[in-house]
Design a protein around this ligand. Sequence first.
Ligand SMILES: *Cc1c(COP(=O)(O)O)cnc(C)c1O
Length: 348
Amino acid sequence: MLINLASDTSTLPSAAMRAAMAGAKTGDEQRFEDPSTRALCEQTAELLGQEDAVFLPSGTMCNLISAALHCAPGDEIICAESAHIYGSEGAGYAWLAGASINPIPTATGIFSAAEMAEKIRRPKLRAPRSAMVVIEQTANRSGGTIWPVETIKDVSETARSKGLAVHMDGARVLNAAVATGIPARDYGEQCDSIWLDFTKGLGCPLGAVLAGSRDFIERAWLWKHRLGGAMRQSGLSAAACSYALDNNVKRLTEDHANASRLAKGLRTVPGLVIQETVETNIVMIDLPESIGAEGLNQCLATKNIRLSIEGEHRMRAVTHLNISKEDVDAAVAGIAEAVQNSENPARS
Ligand SMILES: *Cc1c(COP(=O)(O)O)cnc(C)c1O
């Protein structure tokens, strides 16, 4: 069996989740007649401290619609340079909303209110308008780091005082909530829009829920239709998401423990530099100059192990509900062997 550490999107729906889907009450989502989808939206809005929510096919569409609603053409978005919206969504914000990005270089994916304030344009006739700031909780490509709630408050207050909307890319906000014990609502309440991805650690086949004020969600519905994201009997999928909220949240602590275990194991492998503190389920791995990520992944494939490639010498490992403690130990052993063979090809 493949030990797939490339992403927590590789989770497969469990038998119990499939059973919940099979038994779901359904109707036409577009007429607000799908009870399972309505229930999920209400449950998620409450969880994230918002008035209302809308079910969408993907997290990417949540970011896209939020950019469209918070920005006018020519406006600017402020986010960390490593943010998913900036590097991993085909610049949808530019294509659809006509916005550009003013990125903040960070080591952790987290920036202070002061760092953001420096990027906010002073109102001048010829300057673009800073319209939206994106907080990515947790910061994926920075190793699953957690935005402290105080930092979010500061950023949010400063942003709002300058007229920017605060958007949280909460793909993994529940990982942060479980790791810190801080309710997701405490993060969400600081934001004008926030969404949660069900296809990452929560283990669902598809779906994300975007939450905000009643007015924001009403306006989001037009974009949902426009982008072809309005569904029909979406309750089949929504039921999987509700199942995940009830059953797969607390267990995220296991993924965090496994990620720490993985990091600890990998620190014993000569040549590898492992992310110093592992806060959630993501571990960044830096390889020595002599080893390329492509080559190492090919070698790992022969051992049924997969990591994701983040740069020429940088890889990422993500733990999730289909990764056990035993898988982690096997992965450490396999990666150690592959690294040794790559450094001494003659001996392999
Ligand atoms: C996965 C991810 C997205 C995109 O979500 P999809 O459901 O894959 O479209 C956005 N932001 C972050 C931080 C992510 O990890």
